[in-house]
Design a protein around this ligand. Structure first.
Ligand code: GLU
Length: 500
């Protein structure tokens, strides 16, 4: 089995295309096949090197590794269409010589007028065949004498082109609706349908999985396969990914490209798992299916025909599963850029700083949907101001009672004489002592403690947060973090302000 993913480098990698790449990759990996990456950059106006580079980078980030491709080469390269122009040229000449193609001298203005006429008269938009009747020798002479010409395919008349789609079953098109398509443009650049057939043919591609927006191209390509005497691959067309309003997923709906999802802090394995689930299921209702398992279980016959609606909440749900399981040191390094941007990391992290960050992961990974929510989740660790907390009327009200004042007074006094509470047991021990001293328990005990230590009425579990602030308070500046106030400093400040 030889499959390929053939992106056009005209923008960012769209997640609809990622799903196509993923299905091809799963087929190859599940069948001991070869996954080829081919860059379709013949549209010189729209293709950019920047997009080419970012697509490869995004695929690497996703872990969709390829066996042959533009960067690593392979036995049937090159793998960028702009480097394969000779192959298209020679195949087009072969078809000319066999009279399966002809020179077309029509000018853009003529073609435009033709299209307008067809549109106005409700006729199918296809080439009139004006140049199909020019004597081939005459046409060759005109080209020799310097006239520019495209090369068009001579579409066989009155034929039915059929194929058995791997996702959608039997599909038939009549050649009446297919005009004589351009193979090579006057500037010698190949048309998509031609380049793709020459490439898939020469690269020995056996299965093509792509979006259903290509279905009408498939009969056109099959005719070219036949003319070039290539064995055609099997085709599978997967339904489009739509936005909640049932139109094709686009910028209007929010994030659509891989780099945007990476930026938001989704894990690549979650994105892939979710994209597969959009139109595939392993059959037993299982929703969390890691990549390696997916490769074993994936089959095109289990891919649904109907369009799928992209639902970011479901993606977030999948992401949470993977966040829970991911190694803490990996998550720590993924969180670091967000903390840097928030100003919480101020320099290079020392080994001590890295260890501290890894220790913060349990505060984050079971609580956020996405890693870009990390700074907000850790805000109470890095930012503390008793003054601004006490300016809020609800906070003032909550700590204004005698019971709360007693708790906070006892808390400040106990912390004054406590070592740093660097683990949960130490924090619980302190809470016990405050309980004894103040006579309060339950919410009446913990709520004032929370407010005094964080400046807010809710937030992360104190069992985790307090040891984190205590360790943070002991960090050297060289660890790379901004200064973190410890529990003692917080309680002293809060209690003093409360009294004033
Ligand atoms: N370059 C085409 C695209 O991005 C590839 C289509 C195909 O897989 O044949 O749509």
């Amino acid at each position: 089995m030889r499959v390929r993913f053939a992106p056009s480098p005209t923008g960012h990698l769209h997640i609809g295309n990622v799903r196509t790449a993923l299905f091809n990759w799963l087929l190859a990996r599940g069948h001991g096949g070869t996954f080829i990456l081919r860059v379709e950059d013949t549209d010189a106006e729209r293709s950019t090197l920047e997009s080419d580079t970012s697509i490869l980078e995004d695929l690497r980030w996703l872990g969709l590794t390829w066996d042959e491709g533009p960067d690593i080469g392979g036995p049937v390269g090159p793998y960028r269409q702009s480097e394969r122009l000779g192959a298209y040229q020679s195949r087009a000449e072969q078809l000319l010589a066999q009279d399966r193609a002809y020179y077309c001298f029509c000018t853009p203005e003529q073609l435009d007028a033709e299209r307008k006429h067809q549109l106005a008269n409700n006729l199918p938009a296809k080439y009139s065949g004006r140049c199909a009747v020019i004597d081939p020798n005459e046409a060759a002479r005109r080209v020799q004498s310097g006239e520019t010409a495209a090369i068009r395919f001579r579409t066989p008349q009155n034929r039915e082109v059929t194929f058995d789609d791997l996702v959608r079953g039997p599909i038939a098109f009549h050649t009446d609706v297919i005009g004589d398509q351009v193979l090579l443009r006057a500037d010698k650049s190949p048309a998509y349908n031609f380049a793709v057939v020459v490439d898939d043919g020469l690269m020995g591609v056996t299965h093509v999985v792509r979006g259903e927006d290509h279905i009408s191209n498939t009969p056109r390509q099959l005719l070219i396969y036949e003319a070039l005497a290539f064995t055609p691959p099997r085709f599978g067309h997967v339904a489009m990914v739509l936005g909640p309003d049932h139109t094709r997923l686009s910028k209007r709906h929010g994030a659509t490209s891989v780099d945007e999802f990476r930026e938001k802090g989704y894990l690549p394995e979650a994105l892939l798992n979710y994209l597969a689930l959009l139109s595939w299921s392993p059959g037993d209702g299982q929703e969390i299916v890691p990549l390696a398992e997916m490769a074993k279980r994936f089959s095109l016959s289990d891919v649904g025909h109907s369009a799928s609606i992209f639902d970011e909440e479901k993606l977030a749900w999948v992401n949470r599963h993977y966040l829970k399981d991911a190694p803490h040191d990996r998550l720590a390094s993924l969180c670091a850029p967000y903390l840097q941007r928030a100003g919480y990391i101020s320099g290079n992290l020392s080994p001590e700083g890295v260890a501290f960050l890894v220790g913060l992961v349990p505060l984050v990974n079971v609580s956020v949907d996405r890693l870009d929510q990390t700074p907000f989740r850790l805000k109470q660790l890095f930012e503390y101001s008793a003054a601004s907390a006490l300016m809020q009327p609800d906070i003032r009200g909550e700590v204004g009672t005698d019971a709360a004042r007693q708790v906070i007074g006892a808390l400040a006094a106990e912390l004054e004489i406590s070592p740093r509470l660097v683990d949960k047991a130490m924090f619980r021990g302190l809470a016990d002592r405050v309980k004894q001293k103040s006579g309060q328990k339950g919410r009446a005990l913990f709520h004032p403690i929370r407010i005094a230590l964080t400046g807010a009425g809710d937030g992360p579990e104190l069992d985790l947060l307090v040891p984190a602030m205590e360790k943070g308070a002991g960090l050297e500046t060289s660890a790379g973090f901004v200064a973190i106030a410890g529990a003692r400093e917080r309680a002293t400040e809060f209690s003093a302000r409360l009294k004033s």
